[in-house]
Ligand binder design. Structure first.
Ligand SMILES: Cc1cc2nc3c(=O)[nH]c(=O)nc-3n(C[C@H](O)[C@H](O)[C@H](O)COP(=O)(O)OP(=O)(O)OC[C@H]3O[C@@H](n4cnc5c(N)ncnc54)[C@H](O)[C@@H]3O)c2cc1C
Length: 408
């Protein structure tokens, strides 16, 4: 492993989609992933309608549908008047897929890896951590890595940083993100479904200084509990009983199963970050996905954006890569294409952090604000707006012709 046309650091959603698409363009592509498998829990398991359409275009729709998955067709919140309100209705979306599919992320990544392996120019190298860039005459010409056989160097016409929000490559390239203050961190955990509560696909709840979402995963509930930024250690120290009481207050329906959380180690911590690079590239290197813009879990859109970045990158750079001549201007085109959706989604996330989450965690609010509830009840057609923003997003990307396959 000494030379490839495009080296991709990171086999997450962005890196795997980019690897597959470029390989289908006949480009030699090598994805380096530091872990030995894709089995990491709670990495975000939402597959949005725009990604489902992409999978159809790639001929992977039927295989994907066979994976264990549940569907979220609407997002519903309790209202202060005792009723509830649907704030986002995916059933109103255009197209075949009128839901968000909930699929373990490792299943999606395994599917992409298997599809990649069918392409002769696709190489996925696991257990291999990218450690830095190789620079010649001011241009990034590859990466250094540490693999099972020790350290090495892989040269490439283009290096793509898809190594997530702690990107080693963006740091090596001196690309410094602009950080936005975030008031929340997240705890994730599971509760069994053997309770007398159907629980719709996705259920948001407020209680005193708490906000949580329960996702019905058919075999269990996956619960995201928002906690004030920086409070992980003190809340853990407060103990299991206090945690269980808080969850029972939010979800009385789950009171009987809350003690299945036996240890605070069963509760995973997500350090929420929101940032974006002012410039996503330097000569020879491009950042995409969370490496270019770390997303808050609000709206569950990070995976979708990362995948859309990858599709745009493949479409815009396949030509230059075939000619082994990728200029800075080509990299700038990717950022130009993807900047607006990123900026808009992050602006919306910041708005929701400030207007809904902060007041809840500070005890200034314990229900949804009434104004949007009244509006959404009077004009139910408006429920398509958040559904569209979450499920399809601004500037959705279609698979380039070279990557399309008939489903099978
Ligand atoms: C706990 C949690 C829950 C989330 N929930 C959701 C959700 O429900 N819906 C949603 O849309 N988004 C969610 N997100 C955000 C979402 O996971 C990210 O926005 C999305 O995964 C970004 O994809 P990516 O491919 O850019 O990066 P990542 O998914 O972070 O993938 C990066 C990959 O690079 C690898 N890597 C890192 N460093 C190196 C290195 N030096 N060398 C080689 N490999 C490396 C990592 O192992 C990883 O496989 C969640 C994030 C977390 C952490």
């Amino acid at each position: 492993m000494e030379r490839t046309t495009c080296v991709v650091a990171g086999g997450g959603p962005a890196g795997m989609v980019l690897g597959l698409l470029l390989a289908r363009a006949g480009i030699d592509v090598t994805v380096l992933e530091k872990h030995g498998d894709f089995l990491r829990d709670f990495r975000g398991d939402t597959v949005h309608p725009s990604t489902l359409r992409l999978l159809d275009d790639l001929g992977l729709g039927e295989q994907f549908a066979r994976l264990p998955n549940s569907h979220v067709d609407r997002v519903e919140f309790p209202a202060p008047d005792g009723g509830s309100v649907i704030i986002s209705d995916f059933r109103m979306l255009p197209g075949r897929h009128k839901y968000v599919a909930m699929v373990p992320q490792w299943d999606l990544l395994d599917l992409l890896a298997a599809a990649g392996k069918a392409e002769p120019s696709f190489h996925l190298v696991m257990n291999t951590e990218v450690t830095g860039t190789v620079v010649e005459n001011g241009r990034v010409v590859g990466v250094t890595y540490s693999g099972p056989d020790g350290p090495g160097e892989l040269r490439a016409d283009l290096t793509v940083a898809a190594d997530g929000r702690w990107s080693v490559l963006r740091q090596a390239a001196n690309l410094v993100p602009r950080e936005y203050p975030v008031p929340i961190d997240t705890w994730w955990f599971r509760l069994p479904r053997d309770v007398n509560w159907e629980g719709p696909g996705l259920n948001g709840r407020f209680s005193d200084r708490q906000f949580a979402i329960a996702i019905n995963r058919t075999e269990y509930f996956q619960i995201a509990l928002l906690i004030p930024k920086g409070s992980d250690a003190s809340l853990r120290a407060a103990g299991l009983e206090r945690f269980r009481a808080g969850i029972t207050a939010l979800f009385p329906e789950l009171a009987d199963v809350v003690d299945t959380v036996q240890d605070m180690d069963d509760v995973k911590f997500l350090d929420v970050r929101l940032d974006k690079l002012p410039q996503w590239y330097v000569d020879g290197l491009l950042c995409i996905g969370d490496a270019a813009h770390a997303m808050s879990p609000v709206g569950g859109v990070g995976i979708n954006l990362a995948i859309q970045d990858a599709v745009a990158t493949a479409r815009l750079l396949a030509g230059p890569l075939r000619q082994h001549r990728v200029r800075v201007a080509d990299l700038a085109k990717v950022q130009r294409r993807r900047r607006v959706p990123t900026v808009m989604v992050q602006a919306l996330q910041r708005l929701l952090h400030g207007a809904v989450l902060m007041p809840t965690l500070e005890g200034r609010r314990s229900t949804m604000p009434m104004a949007p509830i009244v509006l959404l009840r009077r004009l139910p057609a408006l429920r398509v707006v958040p559904a569209y923003l979450i499920g399809i997003g601004l500037r959705p990307e279609r698979a380039p012709a070279f990557a399309r396959r008939v489903s099978g």
